[in-house]
Design a protein around this ligand. Structure first.
Ligand code: NAD
Ligand code: UFG
Length: 332
């Protein structure tokens, strides 16, 4: 089985590449390197002994994409490529719609042209919007109360995929709704190394611990949660990568949707405490006001992934913190 990973040198793509290569799959990566580095290929080789074929192609470059697809004879595409900075998407909505939606349409057209009909798409818990419910389930309505263009691109791409499935019943489509990916590869060679401005909790904690930022701003301590701070479902990126393998095994015609999370929620202050415990260092923070658009608490209902994919997470927040600290010690 030959698999193309768009966005394959990125954070989640690179970890998924490692899992797939370790299982013996033939993997090729496509990326424009806008938010990742070419050196990731050497890191993958160091971990697995295999340096995957790499295509430096932008999904907006239709001719370049068609060339890769025509020559690749892929059995499956895992589509990670996309821009993901929520704040930036508010400032530059057209860029996000063009890149994420335009890129996906080009990819689907190219797949159709060259008879590739299996795709796994990186969606997000953000598609649930604000339902007034903490534990969200795949069959709930989506698209209501999404607060930013990035989130709307995920919702819109899900809808596009459903339409493509109606018109092309031979397509096998899996939509994976990721909760909050954290952690790094245990080797310390791969992790989250964004070129962009981080707005997610873990990259900010990392920058505070290295002194690049002086403190973490905790957005609100007046939510109805264990300690008043926001609670999320943090999934170790290696578990998340394994979730793709589980989904790949069970692909069938039509659209299948799965939450990939742990089913448990952790607060910002619990994350700070876990990082402090793992690093043995105090992490300076300050409580500030709520961030616009934030929910108090959201976590995955994981029953469908358990039942249908036989997928359960194995790694803990402690593992994620230890692996993140190990990664920070390795970053050049
Ligand atoms: P990432 O930025 O590390 O990886 C995405 C990769 O896509 C980058 O290497 C980037 O260079 C590439 N890319 C972007 N636009 C491209 C284009 N037009 N052509 C070719 N390559 C392009 O992000 P990640 O955290 O690995 O996320 C992977 C996917 O998962 C994204 O679609 C993201 O929206 C989604 N997701 C991420 C999170 C998260 O918190 N990390 C949560 C939910 C969903
Ligand atoms: N937080 C802080 N300070 C910060 C950053 C975050 O207190 O500097 C808090 C947030 O208020 C929230 C928690 O940490 O309670 C997690 O915040 P993130 O920004 O890391 O993650 P979110 O769940 O808010 O959102 C992210 C992406 C969304 C995506 C969602 C689910 O930004 O686009 O994960 O995948 F949809």
């Amino acid at each position: 089985m030959k698999i193309l990973l768009t966005g394959g040198t990125g954070y989640i793509g690179s970890h998924t590449a490692v899992e797939l290569i370790n299982l013996g799959y033939e993997v090729e990566l496509l990326d424009n390197l806008f938010n990742s580095k070419i050196t990731v290929l050497d890191k993958i080789e160091e971990i697995t002994g295999v340096k995957p074929v790499f295509h430096k192609v932008d999904l907006l470059d239709r001719a370049g994409l068609d060339k890769v697809m025509a020559e690749g004879h892929y059995d499956l595409v895992i589509h990670f490529a996309g821009m993901k900075a929520v704040g930036e998407s508010v400032e530059k909505p057209l860029k996000y719609y063009e890149n994420n939606i335009g890129g996906t349409i080009n990819l689907l057209n190219s797949m159709k042209k060259y008879d590739v009909s299996k795709i796994i798409f990186s969606s997000s818990a953000t598609v649930y919007g604000d339902q007034g419910v903490e534990e969200v389930k795949e069959d709930m309505q989506t698209g209501i109360g999404i607060t930013n263009p990035y989130g709307r691109t995920k919702f819109m791409i899900e809808e596009i995929l459903k339409d493509v499935s109606v018109a092309n019943p031979e397509f096998q489509i899996v939509i994976l709704r990721y909760f909050n990916p954290v952690g790094a590869h245990e080797s310390g060679l791969l992790g989250e190394d964004p070129n962009d401005i981080p707005n997610n909790l873990m990259p900010i904690i990392m920058k505070v611990s290295t002194g690049e930022l002086d403190k973490l701003k905790v957005y609100g301590d007046d939510y109805d949660t264990v300690d008043g701070t926001g609670m999320r479902d943090y999934i170790h990126v290696v578990d998340l990568a394994r979730g793709h393998v589980a989904a790949m095994m069970k692909m069938e015609e039509g659209v299948s949707i799965y939450n990939l999370g742990t089913g448990e929620a952790t607060s910002v202050l619990q994350m700070v405490a876990a990082f402090e415990k793992a690093s043995g260092k105090k992490l300076p923070y300050e409580i500030v006001g709520r961030r616009a658009g934030d929910l108090g608490k959201i976590y995955a209902n994981v029953e469908k992934a358990w039942r249908e994919l036989d997928f359960k997470t194995e790694l803990t927040i402690e593992d994620a913190m230890n692996d993140t600290i190990n990664y920070l010690e390795h970053v050049e």
